[in-house]
Structures are given as C-alpha cells and as structure tokens.
Design a protein around this ligand. Structure first.
Ligand code: GDP
Length: 202
C-alpha cells in the first residue's frame, strides 16, 4: 500500500504553551532512544528525513509536530532512557510528556517503538500507563525484527505479549525488511479516521 497522506514539519515545542491548537486528531510516536522511532516514522510516512535521527540522544526535550492537513497531525515525542542524560533533563521530559498526555484532547493514538530484542522498559510502561490514563489507544512497534530469525521474533512477540494487556496490538516491524509496514499504516489511518482512503489506496 502506498501511504496516502503527506505530513510536513509544523513546529517544535519545548513547553505546552508552544503546542499547536488542540483540534482535530493527532497520533504520537514515542520510544526509547535508539529504538528506531525516527526510522519508523520515516518508513510509515514514506518520507525519508521527516523525523530526524538524533546524533546526541536525549539532549533537547522537544515535541515535534507534523501537519497532514488543518485537522490531522503526527507527533514525534522526545526519546527517553539514554543513560547519560542528566536527572534534570529526565525530569523535564517527564513534566513535558505528562502535560502532553493530560492536556491533549486531539491525541487519539500512540505508537511505542520497542526493540524486539529488548522488550519494554520502565519508561515504555510509563508511556503506556499515561496513554491508558488519557483513554488514548496504543500499539507497540517491535522494531528491528530483521535482527532475529522468523521463529525467534515470533517467540519474542509471544514472550512480550505475556506481560501486556491482551487488546494491545504488537506489530513486528522492520524498516529494511518492510515488515509490519502495512499493518502500522492501517492502524495509523484508522486512528486518523482515514479508513476510506486506505481502502481506496489498496
Ligand atoms: P530513534 O533514536 O529511536 O529515533 O532511532 P533511529 O531511528 O535513529 O534508529 C537507531 C538505529 O537503529 C539506527 O542506526 C537505525 O539505522 C537502526 N534501525 C532502525 N530501524 C531499524 C530496523 O528496522 N532494522 C535494523 N536492522 N536497524 C534499524
């Protein structure tokens, strides 16, 4: 399936007053630093370089907004879990993200990128809890699935699923292997209310 939408960079926000107007629908991406979040955004939207892969992870705690049209947005949340980040920056991340989940009524879906070999860490669980608390649907992208054999990645998904709510989609995902791409796009289009468009593009 070709991805039918064309997001463009809108703005970065360091604090809630800089968020764009809270109208329409938006879908956010979160994930541990180096989990493949930026690569996933670029692959799903078929826009190389839309989300920038950070060379100094965790320095700047910015939320990046991308506009699809006046009512629909994608959101790249700051990566987390980078060991060398100072406690003050970690606290900033927590305050900003908590405000985002609490305030953002247009947020309808959250993708969490998780390296399939590592599984969810504490901060992934925090993101999941915040999304559940805000009544926001979530899905996990189990990234870098090409690093494991087919049987090993299916086994990893089974093990990871055991600790998670049954209704949480776990999508095995690989950028070079193009694995899970259609499934992730389908989920995104459903959250954005673009299911009709998806069907036309198939
Ligand atoms: P982010 O920090 O979470 O945004 O992660 P990036 O998207 O920058 O990816 C971190 C590293 O993992 C980069 O070197 C990517 O090339 C690599 N990577 C991302 N996705 C995949 C994947 O599906 N397969 C493989 N083998 N490597 C990947």
């Amino acid at each position: 399936m070709a991805f039918p939408l064309h997001p463009d960079f809108l703005k970065s926000a360091q604090k809630p007053t800089q968020f764009p107007a809270d109208s329409g629908r938006e879908v956010a991406f979160s994930g541990r630093s180096n989990s493949g979040k930026s690569s996933a955004i670029n692959a799903i939207t078929a826009r190389r370089g839309l989300a920038r892969t950070s060379k100094t992870p965790g320095r700047t705690q910015l939320i990046n907004f991308f506009e699809i049209d006046e009512t629909l947005r994608l959101v790249d949340l700051p990566g987390y879990g980078y060991a060398k980040v100072a406690a003050a920056v970690r606290q900033e991340w927590r305050v900003l993200l908590e405000a985002y989940f609490r305030e953002r009524t247009s947020l309808v879906g959250l993708f969490i990128t998780v390296d399939v070999r590592r599984g969810l860490n504490d901060l992934d669980q925090v993101m999941l809890a915040w999304s559940r608390g805000a009544n926001v649907a979530a899905a996990i992208l189990l990234t870098k699935a090409d690093k494991l054999s087919r049987s090993a990645r299916l086994q990893r998904r089974r093990v990871i699923a055991m600790t998670l709510p049954e209704d949480l989609p776990l999508i095995l995902f690989s950028v070079p292997g193009r694995l899970g791409l259609d499934e992730a796009r389908d989920q995104l289009l459903v959250w954005l209310g673009k299911v009709g468009q998806r069907e036309r593009s198939q």
